[in-house]
Design a binder for this molecule. Sequence first.
Ligand code: FES
Length: 105
Amino acid sequence: MRPARFSPTAQIFVCGNQRAADDPLTSACGANGAAVYDAVRKVVRERGLLSSVWVTRTGCLGQCPKDGCAVVLYPAGGQLLDVREGDASAVVELALRANPRNPSR
Ligand code: FES
């Protein structure tokens, strides 16, 4: 094991875990995660932050919301639920605003 040579200012994990429509843990992340991922990536790209803010698709983050999808912000902390495409700008803003590694904070 060795430490990475570089890491992003922020990393946004978007759950796109696929589950059957009748799964008691819900299929919301599977239904919404890809669209949220694409929308967040678009905001990051438009703001010229692709090298410093990484957006990563993940499996289950343990929250399993009934609407939208789950998102985790690193290292800012916090887990967001019921996230929809229209929340993309707010997600990026939260990832940067609450981030101790953001120099413009
Ligand atoms: S399926 Fe997305 S948090 Fe569990």
